[in-house]
Design a protein around this ligand. Structure first.
Ligand code: UTP
Length: 293
């Protein structure tokens, strides 16, 4: 069956990042770097690996540096070129003219509301969503794994991860239906932050989605949910039964870089995976570990 390809990705980046204050007072959370790349860059790289070229950033006040990161920096490039330095390091920040669009979310009313703010640009086609503070590292990347699943089953897809049962109450959890393959499961319900004993599974929703454009209509009249915010999970839960929904179990590592401990974990693990740093960081970690013991 020929499916509409996933060509557009929405990056909601209008949140306040309060858990990282005061760092995020003047710098967007999405611009905090894991080693030498801001979080938003990892998400954009993952989108492009999955064949997605049209990038829609839902921004708010104080977020202009996210857009500037993907601009051409004439002075920087001219100076570097004049000094004979390679510009390769900037390659990932180059976007085809016209492929980056920003829309504003004037007030951070919640993730669901942020996605709805992109409705005119998304139009009438399925699209991907990336929450850039969830760093997903895999081979292939998480969205590529999801696009492969989408080509198989179509409809709506949510990326999920297995967590220990005592952790489910911090997350959105899926109620699983039929198992299509080891990594693909039908979703028959969604529960936000269930008590451990009420959780329908230990598969938590992680920050990648492929959704049909009808979600915009559902978000249109979506009331406030948990935390007084308009929740994407609530809108998706209402769509289940009217549209196919599947969960893709991500084969790879997820780092919650919206939390400080997750941010440090990501920094250390990615540094260990970098040939230019691994030796130094291994020595550092061994020394720290010895001091702890
Ligand atoms: P989070 O709740 O993790 O981000 O939202 P936050 O609100 O920025 O951070 P804290 O909790 O105050 O520290 C997940 C994603 O949704 C975006 C955020 O920017 C983040 O990428 N978001 C959230 C919006 O774009 N708009 C909103 O109204 C809420």
């Amino acid at each position: 069956m020929i499916r509409k390809p996933i060509r557009k990705a929405v990056f909601p980046v209008a949140g306040l990042g309060t858990r990282f204050l005061p760092a995020t007072k003047a710098i967007p959370k999405e611009m905090l770097p894991i080693i030498d790349r801001p979080l938003i860059q990892y998400a954009v790289d993952e989108a492009r690996e999955a064949g997605i070229e049209q990038l829609i950033f839902v921004t708010g006040r104080g977020k202009t540096s996210i857009v500037e990161h993907f601009d051409t920096a004439f002075e920087l490039e001219a100076t570097m070129a004049g000094r004979g330095k390679s510009l390769d390091v900037l390659d990932a920040t180059r976007i085809q003219p016209g492929n980056l669009v920003t829309v504003r979310q004037q007030v951070p009313l919640g993730l669901g509301h942020a996605i709805w703010c992109a409705r005119a640009i998304v139009g009438d086609e399925p699209f991907a969503i990336f929450l850039p503070d969830e760093l997903m590292i895999g081979t292939p990347g998480c969205m590529k794994q999801m696009v492969e699943a989408y080509n198989e089953v179509g409809g709506n897809l949510i990326s999920v991860l297995e967590v220990p049962e005592d952790e489910v109450s911090s997350y959105g959890v899926i109620k699983p239906g039929a198992k299509i393959s080891p990594s693909l499961t039908e979703v028959i319900g969604l529960v936000e932050k269930p008590r451990r004993e009420d959780a329908p599974s230990n598969l938590i929703i992680s920050g990648r989605y492929i959704l049909q454009p009808e979600v915009m209509r559902t978000l249109e009249d979506q009331g406030k949910g948990a935390g007084g915010e308009i929740q994407l999970t609530d809108a998706m839960a209402r769509m289940i039964g009217t549209q196919p929904f599947h969960a893709v179990t991500f084969a790879g590592r997820r780092y919650d870089c919206g939390s400080k401990a997750g941010f440090v974990e990501a920094t250390l693990e990615l540094a260990l995976a970098r040939p230019d740093m691994a030796d130094d960081v291994r020595v550092l970690i061994r020394r720290l570990a010895a001091e702890i013991d």
